[in-house]
Design a protein around this ligand. Structure first.
Ligand SMILES: [Fe+2]
Length: 399
């Protein structure tokens, strides 16, 4: 996804004999994107990754399958995942909230140790760590993460997400089929340009391979839950299925802290496009981090009223002072769909004049394909939100 990286032992040339210290022939596996035209990684397994003995259907209601709200009138929405009861692990505790053609957006507040490994064959996954710290165990090795990290996990990577103390608050985007670094931030050689909002140095990668430990990983049968077409299957193995001696390539998980995103400020208000951090087919994920605001003497730092007539806008409020939104709290999600305009709440626009700093921390997603709420999201909805731009009697509050 980022640049070529190597971990562990690999032979001098791909597709040649490679044995371990005991003389056993290792099995090479190529993980390829877009057939053989996209980025790839070559891994070396002690036991072939095809060596599974059983497959079984699995359902985790609320995550997969999810249920969509049938009748969904067009209005601005406020969903409160902060009211979602904590429970489960990174997989069983995941709850799908918003769905469109290219994305699944879920919340997860685990309280249990990570159980089975998971491999998402529907798309790349982007976790945002609102609260907590921990590490990812994957076939590419161990990757620690901390609060306010993005953790990007390539499609079909077997992994588990461990939280320190088994507790945390997480948001996860599934980008179908891809979610990654925008091509506009790379030069023709694949390097991140100097005007990108982050550098290669800001991304952390797995630094050690995963080793099988009976106390941590248990005994056979070992299980990987795979997701394809929004259906789950459990795949069972008699050997530890993530036992790799080395790999090299451009596909592997990475972590980026949102505070390492470099914000830009203009003479007057710059469009949210400048906050773009990741992108996929038909959508972008943006980071709003504490920053200086516009420096024109007559600038209005607060966002203007906005009719984004082609894209739905989802905002996840992490912390800070969300001056333009009434009723919004940390962990709130707003959905401002195309077809109706959105904008600052009454008073916020004028109040922002003369301010020089914004301390908001938020993650935004703009998408061409219309979002639909799941029944879980509907159960967390603040139904009064659409009307919070007008008074109780319906009178305008514009001043
Ligand atoms: Fe907007």
């Amino acid at each position: 996804m980022l640049h070529r990286h190597t971990l562990g032992s690999i032979p001098a040339k791909p597709h040649t004999v490679f044995r371990d210290a005991e003389g056993r022939l290792l099995m090479e596996q190529m993980v390829t994107r877009e057939g053989f035209d996209g980025p790839f990684t070559i891994l070396y397994y002690r036991v072939p990754p095809t060596d599974e003995f059983e497959v079984q259907r699995l359902e985790l209601p609320g995550f997969c399958p999810f249920e969509l709200v049938e009748d969904q009138p067009l209005c601005r929405r406020h969903i409160r995942p902060q009211d979602l009861p904590p429970g489960g692990d990174f997989l069983t505790g995941r709850r799908t909230l918003l769905v469109n053609d290219n994305l699944r957006l879920s919340a997860c507040k685990p309280t249990e140790p990570a159980g089975r490994f998971f491999s998402n064959g529907d798309g790349d996954e982007l976790w945002f760590v609102t609260h907590g710290s921990g590490h990812i165990e994957s076939v590419y090795g161990v990757l620690p993460f901390r609060e306010h990290d993005y953790v990007l996990i390539p499609k079909s990577t077997p992994y588990r997400l461990h939280l320190d103390g088994h507790r945390g608050t997480l948001l996860v985007f599934e980008g179908r089929p891809r979610l990654g670094i925008p091509s506009a931030y790379r030069n023709a050689w694949g390097q991140l340009t100097d005007y990108a909002p982050y550098t290669h140095r800001d991304f952390r990668v797995p630094a050690e391979l995963l080793r099988y430990e009976p106390a941590r990983h248990g005994a056979a049968p070992f299980e990987i839950v795979a997701k394809v077409g929004d259906r789950l299957t459990v795949h069972r193995y008699k050997h530890f299925p993530l036992d790799v001696v080395g790999w090299d390539g451009a596909l592997y998980p990475v972590a980026l802290n949102i505070h390492d995103f470099q914000p830009k400020t203009g003479l007057v208000h710059l469009p949210p496009t400048i906050h773009t951090t990741f992108a996929g087919d038909g959508f972008v994920v943006c980071s709003f981090v504490p920053r200086m605001t516009d420096f024109h003497e007559q600038a209005i730092p607060c966002p203007y009223g906005h009719a984004s007539v082609d894209m739905d806008e989802v905002m996840y409020y992490v912390n800070g002072n969300f001056t333009s939104r009434r009723g919004i709290e940390n962990e709130s999600i707003s959905l401002h769909p195309y077809g109706v305009p959105h904008g600052p709440h009454p008073g916020a626009y004028e109040k922002s004049i003369g301010t020089r700093r914004s301390d908001e921390l938020a993650v935004m997603c703009d998408a061409y394909s219309r979002f639909r709420l799941t029944t879980v999201a509907a159960s967390l909805e603040d139904a009064a939100y659409h009307r919070t731009w007008v008074g109780q009697d319906g009178a305008s509050q514009w001043t």
